[in-house]
Ligand binder design. Sequence first.
Ligand code: ARG
Length: 580
Amino acid sequence: MQSISNTLQSYVKAALLKLIDESDLPEQLVVPSQNPNFADYQCNAAMGLARTLKKAPRQIAEDIVNNLDVDEICEPVEIAGPGFINFKIKTSYIQRRVEKMGADPRLGLEKTANPEKVLVDFSSPNLAKEMHVGHLRSTIIGDSIARFLEFEGHEVLRMNHVGDWGTQFGMLIQYIREEMPDALNNPQDFQIASLEEFYRAAKKKFDDSEDFANASRRAVVDLQAGEEKTLAVWKVFCEASMKHCHEIYDLMDIKIEDRGESAYNNLLPVVVQDLKDAGHAVETQGAIGVFLDGYKNENDEPLPTIIQKSDGGYIYATTDLAAVKYRMLEEKVDKAIYVTDARQKGHFDQVFKISELIGWSKPGALKHIGFGMMLGKDGKPFKTRDGGTIKLKDLLVEAEERAYNLAKELSPDFTEEEHKAIGRTAGHGGVKYSDLSHSIGTDYKFDWDKMLATDGNTAIYLLMTYARTRGLSRKAGVDVNDMLGKAELILEDEQEIKLAKKILSVLDIWPSVVRELTPNLLLSYLFEIAKDFSTFWNACPILKLEDQKVKESRMLLAAMVARVIEWGLAMVGIKALDKV
Ligand code: ARG
């Protein structure tokens, strides 16, 4: 469904085409008005066209208006100041629009006309350790972006490019060789009680002993060369590690397919050969590298992107190049989006440039989304009290516990089951929401109290707003959702009109949210709608109304708000609850 501003835009465009050529047409013709008391939308094209048309802007504005037929949509159009055209939307038009939107389960948001196959590379922790808060943002942001694209109608591959092939495994394998040689003979019986403890013990040895560290590095080579016993032990680690990751994903209601770095092992030499054959990769100080334009070291000398080390080993970039080649050429994805820490920007810039150079990807097909850090309340990296990393599992458990306690405090009369459901949803959802309500690229401070504030831009506030509409249904004895597509909307009170306009503005906001991939803009919109609903709720009684038509109309508004919130929360992976 077209938004009102787009509808007006096409009317103004038609009027302007009677005055000027298509090529002289400004791109943006209609914008929301800065002063809603005065107008809903405004066209300021007349000022910009004075030169082209050699006329006074006010005259141009009049010419536009004379060619404009928007009676059905707007009150009589007004020209103001030097040549602004002001549009005030007719209430009857808003009514019809909202009614139509309510009849559509997709809220009038159309699927894309050009569905693509899009791979989202997210979460992707390095294995052999438990997931910690450092993995949180990629997991949450990636999942939400995948949800956006799925809703748009794209085919989305949710990809977990786990680090299952690096030095850390050499260390674990070497530890087993030295400390528990039996395991190597009977890998089928080998089990790990605690990944974390195992990792810590091996890491200690690695840091303490030079010999062990060197042996560990050699062990990676054995692994990558496919030595059987080494591989068997490696598998046990990976499986234990992946099992742990999926416990977290399940808790967070996140779907993702695992395809770790090791999957590209056989492609690595091929990728290096391809780049050599194409003349892009050359030998440099014993290693193989690609010299990209504009990459210089501090002495202004050309700086290569290394793809094979002098000892023959491959690195992070080689694997990513192999992954691009496979994804683009074999898997035939149209786009790949990588969600990682902003500090990896340089790495991805180089990988993308090389991939384009050799023709594995087209310009714009690869995109890196770099996120900022999650900081503690004090603005320092988010850590445990004694400076350790916080395990993701612990964070989620604490979130759930805090939300559960809050639910008990706010609604002592709810059942234990209901308190628990709120704990899970507002807890895990709260962690997601507080992350996504900040712009992706910047650092943000994580604060438990803010996350659970019942009057802010938070998951709990939105969940409560949604639940209020469900409570209304219970009290009214009819489901407000039954009004969707049936009841007539009658907008009289100022707050009703304001709310109805806010509902319609999702049609303007959503396209820019998916285009720019900005969950925070979606969440600010949800917050605004919830606030407007609250004002409406206080100003406009519903249950005690005598007039059945007005009552149904207001219930319809409530149902629309519920639908928008339910949908919006689903886009960030949060399920709305009937009772909060
Ligand atoms: N494992 C990497 C890390 O923990 C992230 C991988 C991101 N994806 C990729 N294709 N490089 O930093």
